[in-house]
Write a protein that binds this ligand. Structure first.
Ligand code: CTP
Length: 390
């Protein structure tokens, strides 16, 4: 997932350094926005080094136009930790006079705050009432823990430990590691079959569907190997193996297959390749040019023939008789599920961010309305989880 961590100035900042590390370590992307007072405790450089992303302190220092809006759009959630009495007050009043509060006010995704301060401040009428207001507006609050306080004495107001914050955030965002311990191979994009060193035979697949599946599977805790022809962005926890041709894709998939829990073949694999690709660039000569094509191996068919523990999920990109054609592929390739779509329908198929799919198993077909490829990925992985539990 992508998080913005808003850091305000409190002694508990040292825990936030570890919090950023914990998110990064499990593959989340993190950007930090700091208040001026936070920079008195920790330098921006430290957060930059561990997040490997830019750190924002002042909206005007950033060369990007409207960077606060872009950051708010970029993330899946914002976490303010520690949230001081001052920041809580500003959020309640809608004051946006620095980078942190400006990004927070532009947030349309979940906003999570972890208040941390002296007990008397935390229990003050102002902070209590502000927290109630924020909660009623939908802001999620991670309660401070009780214990030794920096100002001396015991009491409530401590920032919870980083692993507790991670757990609260996952619970709030309902991120469940339902695929922990599973190794999932995902293929994506259209294969490219060389004609000569310059040209290839390709297809319109962008790789967006396969990359969405890889992202969601990684978020659910799976070990993901993404065998792809596409250069779309992927979360750092996904192992990406770039390939070009069907032959290369086959080789990588087979080399990982024995220990895999599941294979999801979202790639559009070319059925034919050029029999003898030219070693040199083909020069223009006659009015016509004939290429001889030979059949490519059917990767999924081969996986189906050698299936043991693996759950196999295929895709069927069709232009007619969608469900009938998909059912015959499900049977022929020995699959557990096939995801069928009519690539000629508006909002489905190649290059777009949405898809319209029918999921087919031996129990029948379920049609879904138009939805984002991320939502389709969620549904496919819910089904995969059920297969793995059987
Ligand atoms: N597939 C594969 N290897 C191939 C061709 C397809 O692994 N050489 C996989 C695709 O990744 C997809 C499924 O098989 O998950 C169905 O692909 P599709 O192209 O729809 O079916 P084909 O079997 O190639 O049949 P046709 O092209 O005739 O519709």
């Amino acid at each position: 997932m992508k998080f913005i961590i808003g850091v305000s100035g409190g002694i508990a900042i040292y825990k936030v350094v570890d919090l950023v590390r914990k998110f990064k370590k499990r593959g989340d992307e993190v950007r930090v926005v700091m208040t001026e007072s936070a920079t008195r405790f920790v330098t921006a450089e430290l957060f930059r080094e561990i997040s490997l992303e830019p750190v924002m302190i002042n909206v005007f220092d950033n060369e990007e136009v409207a960077s606060h809006i872009k950051w708010a759009k970029w993330c899946d959630a914002m976490i303010i930790a520690p949230a001081t009495a001052n920041v809580i007050g500003k959020l309640t009043a809608g004051i946006a006079d620095d980078a942190l509060t400006t990004v927070a006010i532009a947030m349309t995704k979940p906003l999570i705050i972890a208040p941390a301060m002296n007990e008397a401040m935390y229990r003050s009428a102002a902070v209590t009432s502000n927290l109630v207001t924020l909660k009623n507006r939908g802001v999620k609050i991670i309660q401070p823990s009780t214990g030794e306080l920096a100002c001396g004495g015991e009491g409530v107001g401590r920032l919870p430990e980083p692993e507790e914050i991670v757990k609260h955030v996952d619970d709030i965002l309902n991120v469940q590691k339902t695929l922990q311990g599973c190794k999932i191979i995902v293929t994506a994009g259209g294969t490219r079959e060389a004609i000569d060193p310059v040209r290839y035979i390709g297809n319109r697949s962008s790789g967006k569907m396969g990359h969405a599946i890889a992202k969601v599977a990684a978020e659910r805790g799976a070990e993901v190997i993404l065998v792809t022809t596409s250069s779309l962005e992927t979360p750092p926890s996904v192992k990406v193996v770039p390939v070009e041709s069907a032959a290369e894709m086959r080789q990588v998939v087979l080399s990982e297959y024995n220990t895999a829990s599941a294979v999801i073949m979202a790639a559009a694999v070319a059925d034919y390749r050029v029999a003898e690709p030219s070693k040199q660039k083909i020069k223009k000569s006659d009015d016509t040019l004939t290429l001889e094509l030979v059949k490519n191996p059917d990767i999924l068919l081969e996986l189906g023939q050698n299936k043991r523990q693996q759950i196999l999920i295929g895709f069927a990109a069709e232009t007619q008789l969608v469900v009938e054609n998909a059912i015959s592929k499900l049977k022929k390739k020995n699959l557990d599920m096939i995801v069928a779509n009519d690539v000629t329908a508006a909002g489905a198929g190649f290059g777009v961010d949405t898809n319209i799919v029918t999921l087919i198993t031996s129990n029948g077909a379920t049609e879904f309305p138009i939805m984002s490829k991320i939502e389709v990925a969620n549904i496919i992985l819910d089904n995969l989880k059920n297969f793995l539990n059987k």
